[in-house]
Ligand binder design. Structure first.
Ligand code: ATP
Length: 377
């Protein structure tokens, strides 16, 4: 399998900058997912890799060979589309075999390749059927089979599961991941669904407005988002955010939004540089804690509830944090109505700090996680 390199890859449609200097290395056998909202440029990036879209600027390499000017058929890549793109009048066997026939692969070899792919994808009993006689998941497997028999250096997948219902999507997700590991395939996969990205990718590239926001493992992205956008995009429910001011009070550095005040650190912490300035904080719904024991909590920590939803053993509680609607994901079955008040702890060590203007994560020295470690020791 191959190593793919994108160097300042750029695409302009007339004056519209759809992809802006994307840099990425996809290592041999690595599963990389491009994720982002609609229109962020992920499909265009994939199509430039495939050779279906010309490259305006920058370079594309496969195993150090520059591909920019090579036709898609010469790039040794296979692409699977959301629409499956199967030939309706051909059987499953012939659909999988199509590319091999075009390349005039000898009959015996062709048959062996198709049967091997069919076996891997559990399509052996369906080889005589036409696409119209298949379920969505089976059609998608045929499309993957067609890519598989080409034994490409790189697999490219553009939202391959979007047409499937939620249950089948989960199932196919597991299958694709398992297949990719078994074949040690180099894969670039496009999706708008962050859950798909988190569960599939060895590495995730988050894009917005044609630009890469962050590249990292799922855990890196979840634990250390580089800006507000990534913090809000990765994770479900999305991260809660609030803007406010840092104040110094009673030997502590505190975050204040309206009359809510959260202690973040003692006043020896480097964060004191930000005292008097506006700041943006983020906290994940899973990191908020219900303060069940306290009748004596100060008013500012009793938040008005908007609604709650029970998800089996866990509950989502929506409440007001000043002018924001926040969500807490709590273990247990909590039913609240919207005149209730709820007491929630905001653990300082779980708070993410972002610059108010740029919305970028504050440098490490200002983050609070290290303080938690030193407090525990
Ligand atoms: P989606 O998830 O909706 O497919 P995407 O992230 O894959 O979105 P792209 O399809 O790559 O986004 O599009 C990126 C930008 O380029 C969009 O603003 C889109 O309108 C624009 N664009 C895409 N294809 C063309 C084209 N052929 N001509 C002009 N503009 C285009």
């Amino acid at each position: 399998m191959g190593t793919l390199k994108l160097r300042d890859l750029t695409k302009k449609f007339d004056k519209h900058l759809a992809v802006d200097r994307v840099n990425l290395t996809v290592a041999d056998g690595e599963f990389v997912v491009l994720v982002g909202p609609s229109g962020c440029g992920k499909s265009t990036t994939l199509r430039m890799i495939a050779g279906l879209e010309t490259i305006t600027d920058g370079d594309l390499y496969l195993n150090d060979k520059r591909l920019n000017d090579l036709h898609s058929s010469q790039r040794d890549m296979a692409m699977v589309f959301q629409s499956y793109a199967l030939y309706p009048h051909l059987t499953v066997f012939e659909n999988i075999a199509f590319g091999l026939r075009v390349r005039k692969v000898p009959k015996k070899e062709l048959k062996e390749s198709v049967l091997r792919a069919a076996q891997i994808l559990q399509l052996e009993n369906l080889l005589d059927r036409k696409p119209g006689e298949l379920s969505g998941g089976q059609k998608q497997r045929v499309a993957i089979g067609r890519a598989l028999v080409r034994q490409p250096e790189v697999f490219l997948m553009d939202e391959p599961l979007s047409n499937l219902d939620a249950k089948l999507r989960n199932h196919m997700r597991t299958e694709i991941k398992e297949l990719q590991k078994r074949l040690n395939a180099t894969m670039v996969y496009v999706t708008h669904d962050q859950v798909e990205a988190m569960t599939l990718g060895d590495k995730i590239v988050v894009m917005k407005d044609g630009k890469v926001q962050q590249t990292g493992t799922p855990i890196e992205l979840f634990n250390r988002p580089v800006n507000r956008f990534v913090g809000g995009f990765i994770g479900s429910p999305p991260m809660n955010f609030a803007e406010g001011e840092l104040i110094q009070q009673d030997g502590n550095i505190r975050f204040r939004h309206q009359n809510y005040v959260v202690s973040l650190a003692d006043d020896a912490h480097p964060l004191k540089e930000y005292v008097g300035k506006k700041i943006l904080i983020g906290i994940r719904a899973e990191d908020l804690q219900l303060n069940e024991s306290s009748q004596d909590v100060r008013d500012e920590f009793r938040f008005p509830v908007i609604n709650s939803e029970i998800l089996g053993k866990e509950s989502l509680v929506y409440f007001r944090f000043g002018m924001y609607q926040w969500t807490a994901k709590l273990y247990g079955q909590y039913i609240y109505s919207n005149d209730d008040r709820i007491s929630i702890n905001i653990p300082a060590s779980s708070v993410h700090l972002f610059d108010y203007e740029s919305e970028k994560r504050l440098p490490d020295e200002f983050q609070l996680n290290e303080m938690k470690e030193s407090m525990l020791n």
